[in-house]
Write a protein that binds this ligand. Structure first.
Ligand code: SF4
Length: 377
């Protein structure tokens, strides 16, 4: 990238960049590459897999900096959003069991189950549902209130699982018998494989989640570039990181050489985080998982390993897996697979707003619908 060849950033976008001159040059480089693709009649639909990227793109107004044919699509990387309707129902059932305390991050409180009830409404019906800021807080509840059976809702990806795994190791070391986890973890690579193998995706490149990649490293994405010939880049979460990622994807498209490029090497290392991976392999075992509106994907989740199976809340309380219909009119499933954008939903901004959300993509602080509602397209 030549020095001094940058574009001036719009006044409302510029404050989001620590190095405005570099951002301007990056936008100019993107424009040049996008023009070459457009001249060849090619599109560039890029999926940001992670909900944190979705929020960063929307907050900084990056879509307005990207020239046609570059289009950003949201992906299945918001943990609250991808939790299936059937699993939300199971969590509400757990919360309503006498003597059970459900501890959760706040985002899960307002996701409605198939009967219109959410955890907040369950609380109003007498359920003991508590918002915690760390899974360690739920362990503390179990330790200080031995008469309660405390269930922590284990929703999240490869980033969250080691943290909760660490809490389970502590629970076992402390001999706690009243602490459980509802294991609803999801794994990113199998979800991408499911998306690509379905053959109906229009994704030309993936911006992979930086923090998941810090745990698993770049290698698990290799199949995306090699088997499906789709460019990949691992990017950080600052707007400049994301522009760098878009530029790298365009470069791969133009060169015709898809690969897994790491533009976040200050955090993501080859091999990921060995200590976290070891902990995960001790506490968890791969399992099928149900994804909202996508269905069950083999090997895309984590169950508790045999050594930790006594901490499985669903097994402890006999709460079975189930399917449940999506909220009427909600197209979260299409949004999560990059087949629609939030404004394509006829409920967006009308019947569905953050204060009266119909689906989880509007509830979650990382949801695509919430991002579009708050910051615009
Ligand atoms: S706007 Fe609401 S109803 Fe529509 S897809 Fe988003 S969350 Fe679902």
């Amino acid at each position: 990238m030549k020095k001094g060849s940058g574009l001036k950033l719009p006044a409302d976008t510029a404050p989001f960049f620590r190095d405005k001159a570099l951002a301007g040059r990056m936008v100019a480089a993107i424009a040049e590459k996008a023009a070459s693709l457009a001249a060849a009649g090619r599109r560039a639909n890029f999926m940001e897999v992670c909900g944190t990227h979705t929020m960063s793109i929307a907050a900084a107004g990056l879509r307005r900096l990207l020239p046609p044919p570059v289009k950003m699509l949201s992906g299945p990387g918001c943990p609250v959003c991808v939790t299936s309707q059937g699993d939300i129902d199971r969590l509400i059932e757990l919360a309503l069991i006498g003597g059970v305390t459900v501890a959760t991050f706040g985002d899960m409180l307002k996701v409605k189950g198939s009967k219109g009830l959410d955890l907040q409404a369950a609380r109003e019906k007498g359920a003991d549902v508590r918002v915690v800021y760390s899974p360690l807080d739920s362990l503390e509840i179990a330790r200080t209130e031995p008469s309660r059976k405390v269930v922590f809702i284990g929703v999240g990806f490869e980033t969250t699982a080691p943290v909760i795994g660490g809490v389970l190791v502590r629970a076992r070391a402390a001999g706690l018998k009243n602490f459980f986890v509802a294991p609803l973890f999801k794994l990113v690579p199998p979800a991408l494989e499911a998306l690509l193998s379905a053959g109906n995706t229009e994704v030309d490149g993936f911006i992979m989640p930086g923090h998941v990649s810090a745990i698993i490293g770049p290698e698990p994405y290799r199949f995306v570039a090699e088997k499906y010939k789709v460019p990949c880049v691992i990017a950080g979460f600052e707007p400049l990181d994301i522009l760098r990622g878009v530029d790298a994807l365009l470069g791969q498209m133009l060169s015709g050489r898809p690969e897994v490029d790491t533009e976040y090497s200050r955090v993501v290392k080859a091999g990921g985080n060995p200590a976290a991976l070891k902990l995960m392999s001790e506490v968890f075992a791969p399992a099928g998982a149900s994804w909202r509106a996508i269905g069950k994907i083999p090997g895309s989740g984590l169950a508790l390993s045999r050594a930790y199976s006594a901490y499985d809340a669903f097994a402890e309380f006999g709460v079975k897996e189930r399917e449940a219909p999506e909220p009427k009119g909600c197209i979260c499933g299409l949004v999560l697979t990059g087949k629609a954008s939030p404004p394509d939903c006829r409920l967006f901004g009308k019947a569905c707003t953050p204060s009266s959300a119909v689906g989880p993509c509007m509830v979650s602080s990382e949801g695509a619908c919430a991002a579009w509602f708050k910051y615009g397209g």
